[in-house]
Design a protein around this ligand. Sequence first.
Ligand SMILES: *[C@@H]1O[C@H](CO)[C@@H](O)[C@H](O)[C@H]1NC(C)=O
Ligand SMILES: *[C@@H]1O[C@H](CO)[C@@H](O)[C@H](O)[C@H]1NC(C)=O
Ligand SMILES: *[C@@H]1O[C@H](CO)[C@@H](O)[C@H](O)[C@H]1NC(C)=O
Ligand SMILES: *[C@@H]1O[C@H](CO)[C@@H](O)[C@H](O)[C@H]1NC(C)=O
Length: 387
Amino acid sequence: MTLSTGLITLALATASLATPVSRASAGYVKASGQGFTLDGETYTVFGSNSYWVGLTELSTTDMDTTFANIASTGGTTVRTWGFNEVTAPSGDYYQLWNGSTATINYGPTGLENFDNVVASAKAHDIHLIVTLTNNWADYGGMDVYVNQIIGQGQPHDYFYTNPEVIAAYKNYVNAFVSRYVNEPTIFGWELANEPRCTGTTPATSGTCTTETITTWIETMSAYIKTIDSNHLVGLGDEGWFNDPNSTDYSYSGSQGIDFNANLAIETIDFGTFHLYPFSWGETASPITWGAEWIENHRISQATYNKPVLMEEFGVLSAQNQTATYLNWYTTVLDSGLSGVLIWQAGSNLTNGPSPNDGYAIYPDTPTYYMEQAFSSLIKARNAVTGL
Ligand SMILES: *[C@@H]1O[C@H](CO)[C@@H](O)[C@H](O)[C@H]1NC(C)=O
Ligand SMILES: *[C@@H]1O[C@H](CO)[C@@H](O)[C@H](O)[C@H]1NC(C)=O
Ligand SMILES: *[C@@H]1O[C@H](CO)[C@@H](O)[C@H](O)[C@H]1NC(C)=O
Ligand SMILES: *[C@@H]1O[C@H](CO)[C@@H](O)[C@H](O)[C@H]1NC(C)=O
């Protein structure tokens, strides 16, 4: 029996006994070597994604249900969307575009709504990773900036280089980040969800490389530091490597991301990566491929002495989900990777189940119990290793 198998047995036996410990904290989560601290103690990043908690017109009661369900898995950290770019008011949105002019929505369907998200997270002792735009067209994202400022259907990657677009994005980031500079519930900011040279819009300039996006990351992460020195800054990327000798799409730099170059940036505090072998064509042996992906990012974590998070992962239930997640959580635990967030949280809300793209994990399901077990194990690991 390996150490982790023994710990899993122990945690499964004690999971139902776990009671949430309320630990009010005045400080901010900080990066320390390959891990995190809060008020001088080890802080374990374990939890889930809920992009929808601030975007689907939830009542504060439903926000509370969402965070309570995640806290009951032992979750400490939730990643969510801090953006929705619209060209006509609709639902919860944070920025409204008219031509090339964007107006921040400070009202009850905008930042006041996000205030409620933050208050609810805080009440459940959850810290928030807030992502500030999207590579993809869901909830607007980069293409709205490009379409509104440069023109409809212009290259996606102009988002990273056009000075007016960069100024508009900085303006949005400034409004959002400034509002929460003194809010310890914010774990950190992420520049974008899954930035790549290509987006939902097919057009590209043909000149976008890893250096294009690395330069943008340097600019934007340094900019956030000038507004907010309290919070961590990460990227929000899928973690692609840039090995020109590799023929593997995920390792060859093909998507415009150089994980190691980006992790080396001084104003990037932690690394991020995602894991979706079926979406990425890595289907020959997805469990093993994923375990290697985790281990390779753990090596970067050690090389650059910065924490790295597997902040999204998923296979569908028909894709051997239980065995896969058991393997990957165990690999995170045993490898020493700093932290992990599953894609994605599910809750039973007032008007029915929260959004489900096939990956949602609802309470009282086998994977939900698996989360409970691994949160205990990873916290126990960190208590011993100081990770
Ligand atoms: C959008 O901007 C144009 C030009 O400045 C203005 O005439 C129009 O009233 C604006 N539309 C809205 C809905 O504010
Ligand atoms: C790529 O291959 C060349 C030739 O074999 C080698 O010199 C180089 O170090 C390799 N680069 C990387 C990043 O492995
Ligand atoms: C699921 O994964 C496990 C562990 O690798 C393997 O033993 C099993 O055969 C897989 N099942 C299916 C249906 O692929
Ligand atoms: C939540 O809903 C799911 C189905 O959507 C169901 O399986 C589960 O039992 C429900 N859990 C609770 C606590 O109501």
